[in-house]
Design a protein around this ligand. Structure first.
Ligand code: S3P
Length: 174
């Protein structure tokens, strides 16, 4: 039973890669933000506006719990999901976690035109966005680093897709 969990900063490419892997493994693809929006019939921005970040993190935590009953899946988490309470511990118990890593500069370029749907960075200038990413990454690193596997997209010479397909056969860190 494949339960692949992709974690990493906003804009790193969790959903794009996740969809491909799910198709290859023939299991459902789950995007936590999309599912939470469907369940609550609200956008992530509206949820943040109504109950704040703390409220959103509680929803994310409940969402992780709801996946325990699912069989195989590929999950793309929201960027902050693993970094609150014992969420990372729960994710590691739930399936095989893969941390997708990119440099702050690269993330900034990928996010600069994709800020509107993301309340934490909406309205930031290019310069402010880079500083935000550097600080948040630093803060979140300790959680992301607990993933079973880390894949650095900048230094990658093997296609990441094939690497995940290959690594998933190993229950332990290599
Ligand atoms: C967040 C990342 C977003 C979304 C929310 C908060 C974060 O998901 O969950 O805006 O705290 O990093 P993506 O990583 O899919 O952008």
């Amino acid at each position: 039973m494949d339960r692949i969990i992709l974690i990493g900063f906003m804009g790193v490419g969790k959903s794009t890669l996740g969809k491909k892997i799910a198709r290859r493994l023939n299991v459902p693809f789950i995007d936590s933000d999309n599912e939470i929006e469907k369940i609550h019939q609200k956008t992530i921005g509206e949820i943040f506006g109504e109950i704040g970040e703390i409220g959103f993190r509680e929803i994310e935590m409940n969402f992780i719990d709801s996946l325990e009953k699912e069989k195989g899946f590929v999950l793309a988490t929201g960027g902050g999901m693993p970094c609150f309470g014992n969420a990372m511990e729960k994710l590691c118990t739930l399936g095989q976690t893969f941390y997708l890593k990119r440099s702050p500069k690269e993330l900034m370029h990928r996010l600069i035109n994709a800020k509107q749907k993301r309340p934490l960075i909406d309205g930031l200038s290019e310069e402010e966005l880079l500083i935000f990413i550097e600080n948040k990454l630093e803060e979140r690193q300790e959680f992301y680093k607990q993933a079973l596997f880390t894949l650095d997209r900048n230094e990658q010479n093997v296609d990441q897709f094939d690497k995940i397909i290959h690594l998933r056969q190993f229950p332990q860190k290599s």
